[in-house]
Design a protein around this ligand. Structure first.
Ligand code: GTP
Length: 302
């Protein structure tokens, strides 16, 4: 976790104690005012080295940080081992409308969020809750919006299970897959989210898939999967898709034991499941006369 607190940037050395080198410090003050992404980029690069073994890096911005600037810094830090995981904005349901009146700039923060968590749902009645949701929707018509108590968000909305680890690999930091596994053993105290999936033996239309990923359905948080692009020179390996809030990452991977096919899932909250399902199915193809359409997908290759 990278914590950005009012001008001084510190990484809690305990939280990254398993990381190579222990603590990484970011000189230069508040991330939102940093004109040069090097400090943050270097820290993200150090933390994402495969031997460090972190599953995810969470940057907690202070209340005054500028989310658009933070997104730019994180996007600039993308690499073969780092992809953008989305901007989550946590709202105090009881205070949000008052805060909007006193700090109108909050609208600009909510506007760029990929997931808006309406926390403290237990402190508002249905009418207040609906008014908060409407105020969020007024500035952000596409984000996932999830009302919760105690900020209890199902981690599967945000992350995938990590690849299998050895069953007993000794003392180490708690990993996200431990959390996910553990979570499945409990009653779901957190709000439910929706998902829509597609498994198809055939290929996609790459131009339509790219458009779908770049402009995801309302309420979608992330889209992932592997797809077959049935064009000469493209079908020999899978295209592996990850997208959050229109930020698309595409890589190639061997089919291995899997026969070439298409498998996609859209995960979100406030998702129009029927509409998202129809939009997802509409990416199947390909259009026979669109030989250059694949460029719309390959331009996202990393
Ligand atoms: N009733 C209620 N109280 C909550 C909920 N979530 C958090 N709180 C309380 O709100 C207070 C603030 O919670 P924190 O987790 O410290 O919030 P924070 O945003 O991290 O605060 P900072 O340290 O200022 O960044 C605590 O007293 C929590 O117990 C909720 O869903 N319902």
């Amino acid at each position: 976790m990278l914590v950005n607190d009012f001008g001084s940037v510190d990484i809690d050395s305990l939280l990254v104690s398993g990381a190579a080198g222990g603590t990484v410090s970011l000189p230069g003050g508040c991330m939102c005012c940093t004109t040069d992404a090097a400090g943050l980029g270097d820290a993200i690069a150090a933390l994402s080295a495969p031997d460090v073994g972190l599953d995810a890096i969470l940057i907690e911005a202070s209340g005054i940080a500028e989310p658009p600037a933070l997104i730019r810094l994180v996007l600039a830090a993308r690499s073969a081992t780092v992809s953008y995981g989305g901007l989550v904005y946590v709202v105090d349901s009881a205070e949000y409308l008052t805060t909007l009146a006193t700090h109108p700039s909050v609208r600009g923060h909510v506007a760029v969020a990929d997931l808006v968590v309406l926390n403290k749902a237990d402190t508002v009645d249905d009418a207040e809750s609906a008014a908060v949701r409407e105020a969020v929707r007024a500035v952000n018509s596409t984000a996932s919006v999830l009302a919760v108590t105690d900020a209890a968000v199902d981690p599967s909305l945000l992350f995938d299970d990590a690849p299998d680890r050895p069953a007993d690999d000794g003392p180490r930091q708690l990993a996200l897959d431990d959390l996910l596994r553990d979570d499945h053993h409990h009653d779901h105290l957190h709000a439910e989210f929706e998902s829509v999936s597609l498994d198809h033996a055939g290929p996609v239309d790459p131009r339509r898939l790219a458009a779908f990923l770049e402009r995801p359905p309302v309420g979608a948080y992330r889209i992932k999967g592997t797809v077959l692009v049935d064009r000469p020179g493209h079908a020999d390996e899978a295209y592996v898709i990850q997208a959050v809030g229109g930020v698309v990452r595409v890589t190639r991977a061997p089919w291995g034991a899997q026969s070439p096919s298409t498998s996609l899932v859209v995960i979100g909250s406030g998702l129009d499941v029927v509409g998202a399902d129809a939009a997802l199915r509409a990416v199947l193809g390909p259009d026979a006369d669109d030989e250059h359409g694949v460029l719309h997908l390959t331009r996202h290759l990393t």
